[in-house]
Design a protein around this ligand. Structure first.
Ligand SMILES: [Zn+2]
Length: 482
């Protein structure tokens, strides 16, 4: 669809870093603990408490910066961002302001077959606030009462800010998916939008095509899935377009996406927007990572998704689509590679993983890491087929039984007596029976319609409950009939 307006989107992403402890104290970051149990004097802002920067958080931010082609700043500073809210006991958040740890960089995405670089402005470190639970309403306004849990307060966050390079809601969604993917591969964030470990705010505006100057923007919050990023922004583009078309003024404001009505709604206008005051944090030293440390961090970056995909297609001859699916999560590609380490049969392994195993996972709503199938078992199955011990058809049943019971492939095969019949004498009887029962087809075969043999092989397979070796059945049938 061509429109006379161009959409301009910039994203601000909060990624929760995968550290064991909080940003400025040693409290655990473990999710799901009893409310207000993972807290201390530092993260609740008690008088006299002194924060200390978590080195691991800095390391993970640098690792991200390196993977995103950014500049790692030799000198960065923490500041206090002052504001009051019940989830912030200190009444300020420690964040980086004018001197962030990382600047520049980009992430290359692919939109409808075209590659595009989305530039980054900066990545900075900060701490998360606590969590409010409202009773009787979804938001603090209108709720009967609100409860506060400070467990999340002080959790390390990395804020990734993009340039306004994104041109459509679809691009924004793809960017978020690719970024999440990258963060997972790097092991810096588990990047689950639905669980809040990856959060996305967007600045969005539209302008007539060809115009340089940006239109008035709105900020859109509360998009907690990749799908909602696209849906929320699409709704906002439509709202802006409608206002422009009817000659109404777009006001600068913060809005949220209502996932029930699929509309965006106003939260606060610019007049009410926070006017934060930042002060340098006097209790923390500046961050000055030395070159050796940065080099050391560089060595911890393992193969990233795009490179992996390329290797899968080039080295293993997998199709683009198969490679893409295998790299779709780090767990899946790790599993594939564990199988590969045991036996170099990339195509067979891929077929099982993306075929029967994936179907099983989907049906049971499981993740590959939750299943009881060591990579060695996949190889065992492939070998049994190759040796002719079981047929491909039986193998499909065997793998499901193995997944359901947790028994080994070998045990399932010997228990079920489903080994393939590759013994000529044994199969001969079944072949003769099939010939006897299909006089019509035999006649057709003899009159030159050789393709009918497929039907006869099918009869043998059926009579043997799938255990006959199809190649051998074919050979024996021909011997009998020719
Ligand atoms: Zn603490």
């Amino acid at each position: 669809m061509t429109s006379k307006y161009e959409t301009v989107i910039g994203l601000e992403i909060h990624a929760q870093l995968s550290t064991e402890s909080k940003m400025f104290c040693s409290c655990s970051t473990k999710f799901g603990a009893e409310p207000n149990t993972n807290i201390c004097e530092v993260c609740t802002g008690q008088p006299g408490a002194l924060p200390k920067t978590n080195k691991k958080a800095i390391e993970l931010a640098i690792k991200t910066g390196l993977a995103l082609n950014c500049k790692i700043e030799p000198y960065s500073v923490f500041a206090r961002k002052n504001y009051f809210y019940p989830d912030l006991p200190k009444a300020y958040q420690i964040s980086q302001f004018d001197l962030p740890i990382i600047t520049g960089g980009y992430l290359e995405i692919e939109v409808e077959g075209k590659k595009k670089k989305i530039k980054l402005t900066r990545i900075h470190l900060e701490e998360d606030a606590g969590k409010l639970v409202h009773k009787g309403a979804e938001r603090i306004m209108g709720s009967e009462e609100s409860l506060v849990d400070y467990n999340r307060g002080g959790t390390p966050l990395m804020e990734i800010v993009t340039e306004p390079d994104i041109r459509s809601p679809l691009e924004a969604k793809i960017f978020m998916e690719d970024l999440a993917h990258l963060l997972q591969y790097l092991g810096v964030c588990d990047a689950k939008m639905e669980q809040g470990s990856l959060r996305c705010d967007a600045n969005i505006s539209i302008r007539p095509v060809g115009q340089k100057e940006l239109g008035t923007r709105s900020e859109l919050k509360n998009m907690n899935s990749f799908r909602f990023v696209q849906m929320g922004l699409t709704a906002e583009v439509a709202r802006h377009t409608e206002l422009k078309e009817s000659g109404e003024k777009i006001i600068q404001e913060t809005r949220y996406f209502d996932t029930k009505t699929h509309e965006t709604k106003s939260m606060r206008s610019k007049e009410e927007a926070h006017d934060y005051r930042y002060f340098p944090e006097p209790d923390l030293i500046t961050v000055e990572p030395d070159k050796e440390w940065i080099e050391e961090i560089k060595t911890t970056i393992t193969e990233l998704p795009e490179k992996k995909k390329e290797r899968y297609t080039k080295e293993y001859g997998l199709s683009d689509q198969a490679a893409e699916t295998l790299i779709s999560t780090k767990e899946l590609s790790d599993y594939f590679e564990s199988c590969l380490k045991i036996e170099k049969k990339p195509k067979e392994i891929t077929n099982w993983i993306l075929g029967d195993i994936t179907a099983y996972l989907k049906a049971k709503n499981l993740n590959i890491k939750d299943i009881n199938l060591p990579p060695g078992e996949v190889i065992e199955l492939i070998k049994l087929i190759e040796k002719g011990t079981i047929s491909g058809k039986i193998a499909k049943e065997v793998i499901v039984k193995t997944l359901n019971t947790g028994k080994t492939i070998k045990d399932i095969v010997s228990e079920s007596g489903s080994t393939q019949i590759s013994n000529e004498d044994e199969l001969q009887k079944i072949v003769e029976e099939a010939i006897k029962n299909s006089p019509k087809q035999v006649e057709q075969y003899k009159s030159g319609k050789k393709a009918i043999i497929g039907y006869l092989v099918g009869q043998v397979m059926k009579a043997s409950k799938g255990r006959a070796n199809p190649g051998l059945a074919n050979k024996l049938l021909k011997q009998q009939l020719d």
